[in-house]
Design a protein around this ligand. Structure first.
Ligand SMILES: [Zn+2]
Length: 85
């Protein structure tokens, strides 16, 4: 008998983010185990398992910004790809 099903998310992403991904979206406990982070171009994700109710899901991370750029003074900064905010 199959006991695992994909169901409508009981916790909204807004709520999940409010708790910074520290609570199981199924049962609400915080006893979670995370796998290694996997990455594709501008997105990363990791599988999370709730050690209390055994629910499984993925946390998704999206590229937010870059920082701490260092570059040789001889480099001519690009102009064509710069988008004004
Ligand atoms: Zn749980």
């Amino acid at each position: 008998m199959k006991t695992e099903t994909k169901i409508k998310m009981p916790m909204t992403n807004t709520s999940y983010l409010r708790y910074k991904g520290t609570l199981c979206p199924a049962c609400g406990c915080n006893d979670l185990e995370a796998s290694e982070v996997e990455q594709d171009v501008a997105t990363s994700w990791q599988s999370i398992t709730c050690l209390d109710c055994n629910a499984e899901w993925k946390d998704v991370y999206v590229l937010h910004m870059y920082t701490d750029l260092t570059m040789p003074v001889t480099v001519k900064p690009i102009q064509s790809l710069i988008v004004e905010e």
